[in-house]
Design a protein. Structure first.
Length: 552
């Protein structure tokens, strides 16, 4: 069996539905094998740029819970994919990058398109390997999928030289069995008991949920745990949607550790807390509202022990999969607390009171009739118009992240995709394509600035060509908004932008409208949604004001 055919058989056995590939020297024989598969098991997707291709598989992985697979050539193709892999690495997203390479005999000779990218990728991947012989392909893919489905998740890189891909594997040596979908582990029972003791005695427990809850599909356990403790729940930006934000115990984004974007209700209960339970978050930066105070007990659940003990030493570290650890923690708590009758209504009432006061504080922004349109009104009207239980919303980097994530209320797991570890401009468009492939039934909307669209907007043609009907909303303030806010000397030539993105989108084959009047946004939004339901990707270019960031 040829190596390329073995690769197809392995990917099909692992249930990979598609490979995002950009052809070039070093990967064309693999692409050919995928396209000529008589069973047509794996779809090939051609993006306009390798970086967007990696954003696509990133978005697919976030929504499906399965690793996305990308395929690039050596040299420039690998270099283009680097930014997308960096974003996935920062947010712990499982993606598999297969990269072509020159013949093994020519490695180290500076052959055309040779680039020692595995060494470079090693620093931004969970695991990376150059396959040095065709007979090692099975081993390489077994190890790759093990890494993609165990422990702390992240990108995996397999470099496959031309001669390895085109070599032969004796038929009797090809015996590949797919791996199980997830390898899970739980924490030490004694440490779980210690954590349960702290929580059972807590007067004001507070929970912060991160991306790990979504990745382990532990949202059911999180909800049960919060209700058992009557504990308010805040999320990190990446963890947004792990807990329904219309739940009486939800306080939205924040508390610890991303206090820069905290809601007032999150800060209120975080500051009152005597025990903080952090689940699946990495404490990526010190809180801008100050560290967790001395005297407050901290319990940290994380699959990766190196994510603990960063800015504050926890009282209990529970190393393990969030779903399994919370299941065990719930059992231990039931032994200590018994069966409780409902949540604390007084606490739920206080959350409701604070939330309503917070929403009232920015109602003037979301109802503003001013021109250019207030960007917070755009987010609010999206929220009021779509079916949030069947909509996946993505934000981009910069001001778009603030305008959207702060006030949008997510109601179901993985229906909001937050990013931030690298803040890669333009990420949301490719990720939206992947999200739509993972959930074809859902309305998928990405909100990005005009600067971000300039980075990746050509891939609206990919959406059109491949019938992936996403809705891209460009909030256009004719500038690199977050950088313009930071410039204090009036010099704007490095942040001001121009362009008619509606014409560009039309030229790429998308349904497109430009919106300048506040009252025109909802009708335009409904027309764009109707377009996606008819199978046509859509773009709304909304002319917005450069609105300041709302901070608590």
């Amino acid at each position: 069996m040829r190596g390329t055919q073995a690769i197809v058989e392995i990917l099909a056995a692992e249930g990979v539905p598609f490979v995002v590939a950009y052809p070039g020297l070093g990967n064309e024989s693999i692409i050919s094998a995928l396209l000529h598969d008589e069973k047509k098991r794996i779809r090939c997707i051609l993006p306009r740029h390798e970086r967007v291709g990696m954003d696509l598989v990133d978005g697919y992985a976030r929504v499906s819970g399965e690793a996305g697979v990308g395929l690039v050539c050596g040299g420039p193709g690998s270099a283009h994919a680097f930014a997308g892999i960096a974003q996935s690495f920062a947010d712990n997203i499982p993606v598999l990058l297969l990269k072509g390479q020159v013949n093994s005999a020519n490695l180290g000779t500076k052959s055309m398109l040779e680039l020692p990218t595995v060494e470079s990728f090693r620093e931004i991947s969970k695991w990376a390997m150059t396959v040095n012989h065709t007979t090692r392909l099975l081993e390489a893919f077994r190890r790759a999928f093990t890494a993609l489905r165990s422990g702390k998740l992240g990108p995996v890189i397999l470099e496959i030289p031309l001669d390895v891909a085109d070599g032969e594997i004796p038929a009797e040596q090809f015996a590949y069995r797919p791996l199980k979908k997830r390898f899970r582990c739980t924490a030490d029972p004694n440490e779980i008991a210690e954590a349960a003791d702290l929580l059972a005695k807590a007067r004001e427990p507070y929970i912060v949920a991160g991306m790990g809850v979504l990745q382990s599909e532990a949202w059911g356990e999180l909800k049960e745990l919060a209700e058992a403790l009557s504990a308010p729940v805040g999320t990190t930006l990446n963890g947004k949607s792990a807990f329904p934000e219309n739940h009486p115990l939800s306080v939205g984004i924040g508390g610890y550790p991303r206090s820069a974007m905290s809601t007032p209700q999150a800060l209120h209960f975080a500051k009152k807390a005597d025990v903080v339970l952090a689940v699946g978050n990495s404490f990526m930066s010190a809180s801008s509202q100050g560290p967790i105070p001395d005297g407050v007990k901290l319990i940290h659940i994380n699959i990766d022990p190196t994510e603990s003990n960063k800015f504050r030493q926890p009282d209990v570290v529970l190393v393990g999969d969030a779903k399994l650890v919370m299941k065990n923690l719930l059992c231990a708590l039931k032994e200590r607390l018994g069966v409780r009758k409902g949540i604390d209504l007084e606490k739920a009432g206080k959350i409701k009171e604070l939330k309503e006061a917070w929403q009232a504080s920015w109602q003037d922004k979301v109802t503003s009739e001013g021109k250019p349109i207030n960007p917070y009104r755009v987010t609010w009207e999206i929220m009021q118009t779509v079916d949030r239980n069947n909509t996946i919303l993505l934000h981009d980097s910069g001001l778009a992240r603030w305008y959207v994530s702060y006030i949008y209320e997510s109601t179901a797991p993985r229906n909001y995709l937050g990013m931030g570890g690298q803040s890669e401009m333009g990420w949301s468009l490719g990720a939206a394509l992947g999200a739509k492939l993972a959930r074809p039934d859902a309305l998928v909307v990405n909100v990005m600035g005009d600067g971000a669209f300039g980075m990746t907007g050509m891939d609206m043609e990919t959406a059109v060509r491949l019938n992936i009907p996403i809705l891209c909303i460009i909030i256009n303030n004719s500038s690199l908004g977050i950088s313009k806010v930071g410039i204090r000397d009036g010099k704007t030539e490095m942040v001001d932008l121009g362009g008619d993105y509606t014409k560009i989108a039309n030229g790429l084959g998308a349904y497109a409208e430009r919106v300048e009047e506040p009252k025109e946004f909802v009708p335009a939004l409904k027309r764009a949604i109707a377009s996606t339901k008819d199978g046509q990707a859509a773009v709304l270019e909304v002319i917005i004001a450069l609105e300041s960031i709302m901070r608590t």
